[in-house]
Design a protein around this ligand. Structure first.
Ligand code: TRP
Length: 363
């Protein structure tokens, strides 16, 4: 069986280091591993519209931001198909048929949908499109026969729901769809990168993100203002490393060789943590190191972004061509689905023959 990746992001803002640690960095590694036969990376504008229906301009503006973030992180259109969800009408058609296989109560139990409804104060008036977006996400994944879906932990319930739809479809209509597997980040720190204010999640509305496109100075200021252990008042006080954003970021991003270069008095993160826990290590010193680590990670991304920003028409062209490739792929799956569901009347020679005979025999 061929190995296929599908994943994507909603274009509701520029991507931040949470997206990067949680998924984007891994995608680039998977792309360059050469282990996958096909890789599809989708800008999920139709999904973004499910809770931004009244703000199409926001979605429109952010498509290019997300594309720039993708390219500057190293996603390569020669190796990965980058495309825009709304340009693939087959996805709507698949969703429509999958809707018959999912109950309202099952959607109500989807933990991601539940928490998003709360976050958006949708309790009293949930848009139907928003409520059913897990079904459309199942269409995204199955349209490409994806075997692997690299996403953050928050997307696990979506993949669960997709798997259920696949099983149901295959058991009702016969083996047609591919059962996908989720691929989670390989460390806890990457999975749950907090905001710079220490809140559980980075989010634009909380204004606690470090963006991939932030300038060197913006990154420095954000790192230096990061929330740490509120009990660590004086340098000599013992500090807490668990749940301390500065250490979670170091966990996600720093490497041992960076200690040799920037903080040679420690060999690795464990030694730095031990000193902080013991007391005698100030936040400023740790933050300065984190800034160096972050700059090293983000500098090449920033430089590439500046280059791509000079080639905007070319980027739309990449997305247009990618959407064409993706559409052809989804069309193949849709025709398999319609065949399985027996709604491919005009290609069904047996049906036409059967009906001819039925009427000829007069019964
Ligand atoms: N729900 C994802 C997000 O909010 C975006 C997305 C849409 C997606 N369709 C997908 C991710 C299919 C993986 C697979 O970021």
């Amino acid at each position: 069986m061929s190995k296929v990746i599908l994943t994507g992001d909603r274009p509701t803002g520029r991507l931040h280091v949470g997206h990067y640690a949680g998924s984007l960095k891994r995608r680039v590694e998977l792309q360059n591993s050469g282990e996958y036969d096909k890789i599809f990376i989708m800008i999920a504008d139709a999904q973004a519209l499910t809770d931004n229906a009244d703000n199409p301009e926001k979605v429109r503006q952010n498509i290019i931001e997300v594309a720039l973030d993708y390219l500057s992180c190293g996603l390569d259109p020669e190796k990965s198909t980058l495309f825009i969800q709304s340009q693939i009408p087959e996805l709507c058609e698949l969703s429509f048929y999958y809707m018959n296989l999912v109950t309202v109560s099952r959607l109500q139990r989807n933990p991601t949908v539940k928490s998003e409804i709360q976050m958006r104060n949708f309790e009293t008036s949930i848009p139907v499109g928003f409520f059913t977006y897990p079904i459309s996400q199942a269409a995204d994944i199955t349209a490409f026969h994806a075997t692997t879906v690299p996403v953050g932990e928050d997307q696990a319930p979506m993949i669960e729901q997709t798997k259920e739809i696949v099983h149901k479809f295959n058991s009702v209509y016969g083996e047609t769809l591919t059962d996908p597997s989720i691929l989670l980040p390989d460390s806890q720190a990457c999975m749950r990168l907090p905001g710079i204010d220490g809140k559980a999640k980075m989010s634009k509305s909380l204004n606690n993100c470090i963006y991939l496109s932030d300038s060197e100075e913006e990154v420095r200021q954000k790192v230096m203002s990061m929330f740490t252990d509120p009990g660590h008042l004086r340098v000599q006080d013992p500090g807490k490393v668990e749940g301390n954003p500065v250490f979670i970021y170091l966990e996600a991003f720093c490497r041992d060789d960076q200690f040799a270069r920037y903080l040679p008095e420690y060999r690795n993160l464990q030694e730095l943590k031990d000193h902080y826990s013991r007391g005698g290590l100030g936040d400023v010193k740790v933050k300065k190191f984190l800034n160096q680590v972050m700059q090293e990670e983000l500098e090449p991304i920033r430089t590439r972004r500046r280059e791509f920003e000079k080639r905007i028409p070319e980027i739309y062209e990449i997305l247009r061509k990618g959407s064409e490739v993706a559409q052809a792929e989804a069309a193949k799956t849709l025709s398999e689905v319609k065949r399985a569901m027996k709604i491919n009347y005009f290609e069904d020679a047996a049906l036409i023959r059967e009906q001819t005979e039925r009427f000829a025999s007069g019964c």
